[in-house]
Design a protein around this ligand. Sequence first.
Ligand code: ATP
Length: 294
Amino acid sequence: MPLRRRGRYPLPGPPPQGGRERHLEAHPPQGKPTALIRLDDVTLSYKGRTGDVTALAHTSIEVARGEFAAVVGPSGCGKSTLMKLVTGLIRPTQGAVSVEGKPVNGPVKLAGMAFQHANMLPWRSVLDNVMLPLEIVEPHRSRYRREKAAYRERALDLLGVVGLRDFADRYPWEMSGGMQQRASLCRALIHEPALLMLDEPFAALDAFTREELWVVLRDLWQRLGFTVILVTHDLREAAFLADTIHVMSARPGRVVETRRVEFPRPRPLEVCYEPAFTQLVHELRGKIAEVRQA
Ligand SMILES: Nc1ncnc2c1ncn2[C@@H]1O[C@H](COP(=O)(O)OP(=O)(O)OP(=O)(O)O)[C@@H](O)[C@H]1O
């Protein structure tokens, strides 16, 4: 059964049961979109060995439900720190972080995550790696044994979307870096998170594979309608994928510019060769060069 389009129950497998949260709702059809994530004047200082390190200072960001947001900025400006704040792995020194209107006080359950390295478990097949969150995250965990066959179909279906259905029984070490990263996107999405957090997910890949993966991510996002925060150093990646790009200053990081990306969707890769795209990337690069020197 093919994956259904955004705004409907997106994946085959066990249907929602009594009162299950609808994490994968599409954009609200009209009016101002509701913020899924809000950072309000957030400062974060780490206790370093030689004194406090202020990674973020007075940072405010809002990401709407269903939005694709990218965060770019110079190295060390606090992008990964921002990810940790949103997922509740650390708490702000000052200011407030909220998700779905509620203050974040601990690890956020509605997030799926993927990083620069796919971090697949080498002793599990690709399919078993993808299904791992279902064994851990409620409500799937309690249903897992009973409904394993349906979950398996869901995982195979998702692998099909990223072109890996025929590789489900392989082990990660039998696959290329790009294939592993496709599988890691499936693993991040299998439990239908409302939010996908991506920290440099394609940075270790060659340019061609990276572009292939942009398209995979674009298609998954368009189909499933989750919210994304993508941290990247690649300005073309941000401009191709995002609705909104937040540019951060050098450390202590704060958002110095927020750009809406207006290229129509669905965006073909060819958009990357249009003058308006090049212009946008140039302007972003200029802004980052400026804040690096400030
Ligand atoms: N646990 C920690 N203790 C002390 N300082 C830290 C800690 N984690 C991060 N930092 C410092 O906070 C600053 C921001 O780090 P962070 O990893 O968020 O930056 P980043 O923008 O993701 O970096 P990069 O682009 O190089 O990946 C850096 O100066 C870093 O050295």
